[in-house]
Design a binder for this molecule. Structure first.
Ligand code: LCS
Length: 402
C-alpha cells in the first residue's frame, strides 16, 4: 500500500508504521531484547552520539519500541512519539518538560487522581503553580491564564466524570497565551479521538488501558505534533528514565492490533448498558456521553467518533447500596483500571480518586455514589444479567435495612 496514512482506521491500526523484518521475513515485529547496540567502529559510535541515525542504548531508543512509537504517532497524526514505562511516566515527562520554578499550569479538575495530586504534593515543592478548573467550560480555562502559564493539561473524556473539554477552543486559548496544550486521550483512545488534529500540541495515553486492551501490561506514550516539541520532550524523557522496555512494547503492539475491533464491541455494549441503566428503577442517574441528554452530547459528536466504553452511574440508596451492588457483581470484576476486554467495576471516591480530598472531589463533580463501569467485550446479555442480579441483591439489602 502506497500510504497507509490514507487507509481506513482498522488498516492503519494493523499496518501503521510496521514493516516485515528485512533479514528474516518475520511478519510480527521481533522483540529486540537488548540493552545496548554494537557499533562497527569508534567513528560510527561517535556519529550516533552526535545525532546520526542508528541505535545506541535501549533507554535512548530501541527498534521494538520504535515500531510502537511509529504506529501510535501515525494513529494520532503526530510527528513522532515516545514510549513510556506507564501513563504516569508519560505525564511526568510532559510536566517536567514544560514547567519550571514559578511557571503556571492549568489542569482539568477531574483528572485521574495522581495526575492531579503529584502537582499538589511534588511539583509544588519546586515552585510550580497550578490552577485546577472545570475545563468543560473553556471560559474557565481562559480566565485562569496568567502571564507565566506554560502548560494547559486537559483530560477528555475525564476520569471518572466523563466531562468533555472542547479541545479546539483550549488549543486556541493555549496558543494565544504562548502555552502548550497537552491532552490525556486515554479514555477515547486514538480510535475515537485525535486531539492533535484539533490543534493540541501533545497527546498522552495510558496504554495500560484501551491501546493494550488485555489487562496484562502497564505502559504509556507521548505523541507530539511538531518535531521541536518532540525533541524537547525526548531530551527530558530519556534522562528522567521512565522509558519503555522492548518486551512491554511488543505486548502492547500485539494488543493494539485489535484496538478497533475491541472499541467497536465494547462501545456497543456500553451504549446498550447505558440505556438499560437509564430505565432501571434502582439507578438514580446515568452519565454516558452517548446518551442524547448528556449535556455535552453535541461536543462528543463534534470532536469524537464515538462516546467510548465507560459508563458512570449512581445507585439509589447512596453509598451503602452502591457498596452492596459492587460486592454482588459476578461476571464484572471489582478492580480499578479500564479499557480491557473484560468488564471492570470500581468506586472512584474510595479507590482511584481516594487521594483527592473530599472537598476537591465534590468541586470536581466526583460524587460519593459514583460507580464506574469500564465495559468490556463480553456478550451483552451476560453483562446485563450480571448487573440485574447485583441490583436485586443491593435492593434486597436496602429493604432489609442491611
Ligand atoms: N491517565 C488516565 C486518564 C488514567 O485513567 C490513568 C490510570 C493514567 C493516566 C495513569 O496511567 P498508568 O500510569 O496507570 O498507566 N487510570 C487508572 C484508573 O482509572 N484505574 O486504575 C488506573
Amino acid at each position: 500500500m502506497d500510504d497507509v496514512r490514507r487507509a481506513g482506521p482498522h488498516t492503519r491500526i494493523i499496518h501503521g508504521g510496521q514493516q516485515t523484518d528485512l533479514e528474516t521475513g518475520a511478519v510480527s515485529t521481533p522483540i529486540f531484547q537488548s540493552s545496548t547496540f554494537a557499533f562497527a567502529d569508534a567513528e560510527q559510535g561517535a556519529e550516533r552520539f552526535g545525532g546520526a541515525p542508528g541505535y545506541k542504548y535501549t533507554r535512548l531508543g530501541n527498534p521494538t519500541v520504535a515500531a510502537l512509537e511509529r504506529n501510535i504517532a501515525l494513529l494520532e497524526h503526530g510527528y513522532g512519539a515516545l514510549g513510556a514505562a506507564s501513563g504516569m511516566a508519560a505525564i511526568n515527562t510532559v510536566y517536567l518538560t514544560f514547567l519550571s520554578q514559578d511557571s503556571h499550569a492549568i489542569v482539568t479538575d477531574c483528572v485521574y487522581g495522581p495526575t492531579r495530586t503529584i502537582l499538589e504534593t511534588e511539583y509544588a515543592r519546586f515552585g510550580v503553580q497550578v490552577t485546577f478548573v472545570d475545563s468543560s467550560h473553556p471560559d474557565n480555562v481562559a480566565r485562569a491564564v496568567r502571564p507565566n502559564t506554560k502548560l494547559i493539561f486537559i483530560e477528555s473524556p475525564a476520569n471518572p466524570t466523563l466531562k468533555l473539554t472542547d479541545i479546539a477552543r483550549c488549543a486556541d486559548i493555549a496558543h494565544r497565551a504562548g502555552a502548550i496544550l497537552a491532552v490525556d486521550n486515554t479514555f477515547a483512545s486514538p480510535f475515537l479521538q485525535n486531539p492533535l488534529q484539533l490543534g493540541a500540541d501533545v497527546v498522552i495515553h495510558s496504554m495500560t488501558k484501551f491501546i493494550n486492551g488485555h489487562t496484562d501490561v502497564v505502559a504509556g506514550i507521548i505523541v507530539a505534533r511538531q518535531e521541536d516539541v518532540l525533541e524537547r520532550l525526548r531530551s527530558v524523557h530519556v534522562n528522567l528514565g521512565g522509558t519503555m522496555d522492548p518486551h512491554q512494547a511488543w505486548l502492547v503492539l500485539r494488543g493494539l492490533k485489535t484496538l478497533g475491533l475491541r472499541m467497536e464491541r465494547a462501545q456497543a455494549n456500553a451504549r446498550a448498558l447505558a440505556y438499560y441503566l437509564q430505565r432501571h428503577a434502582a439507578v438514580k442517574w446515568v452519565n454516558y456521553p452517548g446518551l442524547v441528554d448528556h449535556p455535552q452530547h453535541d461536543l462528543m459528536r463534534r470532536q469524537m467518533r464515538g462516546p467510548g466504553a465507560i459508563v458512570c452511574f449512581g445507585v439509589r440508596g447512596g453509598l451503602e447500596a452502591g457498596r452492596r451492588f459492587i460486592n454482588s457483581v459476578e461476571l464484572a470484576t471489582l478492580a480499578v483500571s479500564l479499557g480491557g476486554i473484560e468488564t471492570l467495576i470500581e468506586h472512584p471516591a474510595s479507590m482511584t480518586h481516594a487521594g483527592v480530598s473530599a472537598e476537591e472531589r465534590r468541586k470536581a463533580g466526583i460524587a460519593d455514589d459514583l460507580v464506574r463501569i469500564a465495559v468490556g467485550c463480553e456478550d451483552y446479555d451476560d453483562l446485563e444479567k450480571d448487573l440485574e442480579q447485583a441490583f436485586e441483591k443491593a435492593m434486597a439489602g436496602e429493604e432489609a435495612g442491611v
